[in-house]
Design a protein around this ligand. Sequence first.
Ligand code: ZN
Ligand code: ZN
Length: 256
Amino acid sequence: MAGLPYYAALMQASQNLLPGSCSLCRGSLTRFDNALCQYCIAELPRLTTSCQRCAVPLASNLICAACQLTAPVFRRCIAAFRYQPPISSIIVRLKSDPYVAELQQLSAVLAERITVTYREAQQVIPQVVIPLPLHWLKMTRRGFNQSHILCQLLSKHFSRQHNTALNLRTDICRRIAQGQAQHLLSAKQRLSGIKNAFIAEQPVNVSLKGLSVAVVDDVVTTGATANSVAAALLRAGVKDVDIWCLARTSWNNSAG
Ligand SMILES: [Zn+2]
Ligand SMILES: [Zn+2]
């Protein structure tokens, strides 16, 4: 019995030193994985074909009917995943827990997707990135902005793997209207409620004139919020606004 505390301490130490198990399949992790094993990472619902403007999932890379009817004011939306399990449940957790372990690996997939998209379009990756702002009241209640955490992880990936430094800014854009619970509203109500929800202002040491910026969000649902924040930035003099998000919903589901 005397050896038991020693054994428990040894087990604790070994658990700290050895990699844990995958949060989805409980399989063993390598020391390079944070939360998901390589098998589960490969099986995640990646968004392979989508609308070239709003990233809504499509059978091929075309422009969707909604964007053909009324083009969004943002230049393009880039999403890494479809909003469906297990991505949807990870994103729901992210709204209450800023330390969601899977986020680092998911943001690496998004960073790769962003790189490939701009390379194929032969365009420069926007260097200024803005986390989608929360209204101050929501920020006070929640205590953190999940899009800001995603931005920080993207910055880390870009500087480590692509030797590119992103300029993460929270002083350019503010949310001035509080959004209601989106799942309680019809699509029409969402669009009208979000229209003037953001305001963009010229910061001290960056000129917005002619600038390309990326707004980062965890999930894009109707594209109405993305369109509203893009409109505010364009009014302030920005040239192009792109939206980068972890996941995009289909027309027939909603992120709530
Ligand atoms: Zn796994
Ligand atoms: Zn579209």
